[in-house]
Design a protein around this ligand. Structure first.
Ligand code: TEU
Length: 547
């Protein structure tokens, strides 16, 4: 298997990838049918979002049995076949470990509800009376982070939905149970793991009200998080496998440590600061145009600090929780192709492991839903109500969902231009955007200038050029808000990556690429020079090797 530094990882949201049995939900068998597509794309690993037994209130991030498959997605033998078939194609599978919480349908929680002390200690139950939650902490999906259980006279903590109860990681038995889950999947041939919101696992000893926030400062990157992660990874012997932790509202300092090889915690981290540059005052539910200066500063600071410390990050724009990058940071109408390719260049050439979220390689756009009934996501539906209660009109709330809903990234994969986009032969669980007629795999495969073919080339460049997979990074022209420019160097070789983040035309001094350069890839034909300047067209992007 490839080293994670040279690898490209593809994320599959199973429920929306490929339906094989005509029930409108994507499944494991469907995923197997599409493995050749992923091999052709050139990816090394697939991160599969959870398909374990679950009531699916949060589409599988509410797990009721970590060691079995939800019938909606398939069977254990199909998952085994998936691992085997991926392996045959040189692709490793990474499974999604949701260890901060379980579904309240999990046997452990059910036994806790029955008053079994052993299992009550698996969770965070606190005494209290029905009208006074233990703290004022807010759930990330809206409302209190505590739910009262009348039968027990206690509250339990849920940082997400009330059907996702937080586990008590201070209890050694809990940590042992979770290690067994990893051992179970490792034995089945899984090659890596993604850990969901793993920096939230260690809660403080004392629970107190947060006078200035929603409580996150008490449990984010909590007191024992590094110790627990190190223990989980080393006790299960996965320190040489590819692992990535999803870090919610984390700090650079902590990420340096999570992903530093000397610490034996994780191979790399996901952090989200760059995906908040269009949140007004940090609030996801208030819209503002992306602040590109801030975006560049965040990329630059994180890249340089991680590099300085020998740590590593996942580089990405999209996942199943995010709106589509081309709609958000590009122009999904007039410059759809150009801007999608430019955004891909930005993240694929950085220092880190690039992730492609299903459909991103086609330039899939936001959903553009017009009716509330089209939304499925628990967070979107909760926040619609919250926004209405706070005085927003239906039109305003719908506009915000249109830009911010997680469902924007959860629409079915667009394989071809037939009625259900080749995803299913029946009406899918969530509606398909109208643009599937031209944004789809079949069309893009046969167009040499397509976004899909551009992604293939980006992957090939990473495989060929060590300056990209392993080289040093330096950022250039930081003062130019419209440009994102950096240099990668390895063993005497230099590659310059130029991204024009805007519509309109601009130029830069041609000396930046030296007297002689070889353009490895770009989203327009050739380079246009004007005297000693390079002219950059709308959203133009190029990768040049200095000769
Ligand atoms: O997401 C963690 C998380 O906090 C955010 O991505 C969150 O969904 C969003 O920012 C809220 O505005 C992970 C999973 O990726 C997500 O799908 C799950 O819902 C969540 O954990 C709970 O398991």
């Amino acid at each position: 298997m490839n080293d994670f530094k040279n690898s490209v990882i593809y994320q599959i949201y199973t429920k929306s990838f490929q339906d094989s049995n005509g029930d409108g939900f994507g499944d494991i068998k469907g995923t197997i049918q599409r493995l050749d597509y992923l091999k052709d794309l050139g990816v090394d690993y697939i991160w599969m979002t959870p398909f374990f037994v679950s009531p699916l209130n949060d589409n599988g991030y509410d797990i009721a049995d970590y060691k079995d498959i939800d019938p909606v997605f398939g069977t254990m033998s199909e998952v085994e076949l998936l691992i085997e078939e991926a392996d045959k194609r040189g692709i490793g599978l990474m499974f999604d470990m949701v260890f901060n919480h379980t579904s309240t349908s999990h046997e452990w929680f059910q036994r806790a509800l029955n008053g079994e002390q052993k299992y009550m200690d698996y969770y965070l139950f606190k005494d209290g009376n029905p009208d006074q939650p233990p703290t004022n902490w807010q759930s990330k999906f809206g409302g209190s982070a505590w739910e009262y259980v009348p039968k027990l006279g206690k509250w339990y903590l849920h940082l997400f939905d009330k059907t996702q109860a937080d586990l008590n990681w201070d209890n050694k038995e809990v940590r042992e149970e979770l290690k067994n889950v990893i051992r179970f999947w490792k034995k089945k041939g899984v090659k890596g793991f993604r850990f969901d919101v793993v920096n939230l696992i260690s809660k403080p000893e004392v629970f107190e009200d947060d006078e200035i926030g929603d409580g996150r400062r008490y449990y984010t990157d909590g007191p024992h998080v590094h110790e627990y992660l190190h223990e989980l990874v080393t006790d299960t012997g996965i320190e040489d496998m590819v692992t990535v932790g999803e870090m919610s509202s984390t700090s650079l300092e902590n990420c340096i440590r999570y992903s530093n090889p000397n610490e034996k915690e994780l191979s790399m981290v996901f952090h989200f600061h760059h995906l908040k540059v269009d949140y007004k005052n940090g609030n996801k539910w208030e819209i503002q145009k992306p602040d590109y200066r801030q975006l560049k500063t965040l990329f630059t600071d994180w890249q340089l600090e991680l590099q300085k410390n020998g740590s590593w990050e996942a580089t990405f724009w999209c996942n199943h929780d995010q709106p589509r990058a081309v709609s958000r940071f590009g122009d999904d109408k007039k410059y759809w192709k150009e801007s999608a390719k430019m955004l891909a260049t930005c993240t694929h050439m950085l220092r880190g492991t690039p992730y492609i979220y299903q459909g991103e390689e086609l330039g899939m756009t936001n959903a553009y839903y017009q009716r509330l009934e089209q939304y499925r996501d628990v967070e979107s539906l909760n926040y619609y109500e919250i926004m209405r209660k706070n005085g927003k009109t239906d039109a305003e709330a719908m506009q915000i969902l249109g830009e911010r809903s997680r469902d924007n990234g959860r629409t079915p994969m667009q394989w071809d231009d037939t009625t259900y986009a080749g995803f299913s032969n029946t009406k899918p669980w969530i509606s398909i955007p109208d643009n599937y007629t031209y944004i789809n795999v079949k069309t893009e495969n046969s167009d040499s200038d397509s976004i899909l073919n551009y992604y293939k080339k980006l992957i090939q460049i990473r495989k060929k050029e060590r300056a990209i997979s392993e080289g040093n990074i330096t950022f250039l022209f930081h003062e130019r808000e419209d440009l994102f420019l950096y240099k990668r160097e390895f063993d005497g070789e230099t590659i310059i990556v130029i991204n024009h983040l805007r519509d309109g035309e601009t130029n830069i001094d041609a000396s930046i690429v030296g007297n002689n350069c070889q353009r490895l890839l770009g989203n327009y034909e050739d380079i246009i020079y004007n005297k000693k300047q390079i002219i950059l067209r709308p959203y133009e992007s190029m990768i040049c090797k200095v000769l």
